[in-house]
Design a protein around this ligand. Structure first.
Ligand SMILES: C[S@@+](CC[C@H](N)C(=O)[O-])C[C@H]1O[C@@H](n2cnc3c(N)ncnc32)[C@H](O)[C@@H]1O
Length: 292
């Protein structure tokens, strides 16, 4: 077993950006699966962010834009959505998907969510609402991100973020990470290590960060969002094509060693087989707040 190198936020972020460039096609291809998985939680997130007609909304770490389309529909033709992401390749899918769906109120901007208000087009106090779906936990410095979101919001503007909850309530992710680390010859990792899939799942952590960033009325709602699929193979197909954090861990292995890791992951995930298919539990934290 080798020691993990000390955590370097900038190197980590560069690796995250590269991995999402590679996973962009896979994430977009699995759009219908992701949409079904997150449908209810996304509507709850948009409700909690108070998204309404004619608003200007900032969608951070927008990915291929699945939630962007829902925001565009809610704000309507007199509203505006700015979808941003670290990865140009995945954001290109967001732009294309919005165009194909006929939304003219969507713009995209490549940028790091931790510093995005440095961009000329994101002035201070210019957005009615900010949302970030399954993105903030990948930021090595989520507090910097929340501070940037705070600055971009108009006074009384609302925010809602969605992240994964506690490791015990997201057992498939815990299995994926721990098995990948073992095969990569790396020691077990603190699940709350910055930038990891479960990094913001520690009870009380995200609420504390929101408060430190200056938000008021901070409240988290837990939602169960099980992945219901025909078989474990479908889940693995999704993970292998698009779950960049696992690829990041396995990246240094040769093909045979990678395959051995995936075989063991599959065996373990079969624990979630049901009489009719496969159901992987997931717990999401939806944290909403208001800028004073
Ligand atoms: C799991 S995907 C979620 C995409 C989309 N929000 C969704 O739910 O379908 C995570 C996204 O976060 C983006 N991301 C990761 N770190 C980021 C950062 N520091 N700034 C902006 N985006 C980031 C990735 O490029 C990727 O598109």
């Amino acid at each position: 077993m080798t020691d993990e190198p000390a955590f370097d936020p900038q190197l980590f972020k560069a690796a995250t950006g590269r991995q999402w460039q590679e996973a962009a096609q896979g994430w977009n291809d699995h759009g219908p699966m992701i949409r079904a998985w997150l449908k209810d939680a996304t509507q709850a997130m948009l409700d909690m962010a108070g998204i309404a007609p004619s608003q200007r909304v900032l969608d951070v770490a927008a990915g291929a834009g699945d939630q962007t389309l829902d925001i565009a529909a809610r704000v309507g033709p007199h509203g505006h959505v700015l979808a941003t992401d670290l990865s140009p390749a995945i954001l290109a899918f967001a732009r294309r998907n919005a165009e194909r769906a006929g939304y003219r109120n969507v713009e995209t901007l490549v940028g790091d969510g931790e510093t995005l208000d440095d961009a000329a087009s994101i002035g201070p106090q210019t957005f009615d609402a900010v949302v970030c779906r399954l993105g903030l936990m990948f930021f090595p410095d989520p507090l910097a991100g929340l501070r940037a979101f705070h600055r971009a919001l108009k006074p009384a503007g609302r925010i809602c973020t969605m992240v994964f909850g506690a490791p015990q309530n997201n057992p498939c992710i815990a299995i994926l990470v721990s098995t990948a680390l073992k095969h990569a010859g790396l020691p077990p990792r603190d699940p709350y290590q910055p930038g990891g899939l479960l990094s913001l799942g520690k009870p009380g952590l995200i609420e504390g960060l929101f408060a430190q960033a200056g938000f008021a009325e901070v409240a988290t709602t837990k939602m169960s969002a099980p992945f219901r699929l025909a078989s474990v193979a479908d889940y693995l197909g999704f993970v292998r094509a698009s779950a960049s954090p696992i690829q990041q861990i396995l990246g240094g292995l040769d093909d045979d060693a990678k395959q051995a890791a995936w075989n063991e992951i599959k065996q373990k995930l079969k624990a979630f087989d049901t009489a009719t298919g496969w159901e992987g539990p997931n717990e999401l934290l939806l944290t909403a707040a208001r800028r004073i």
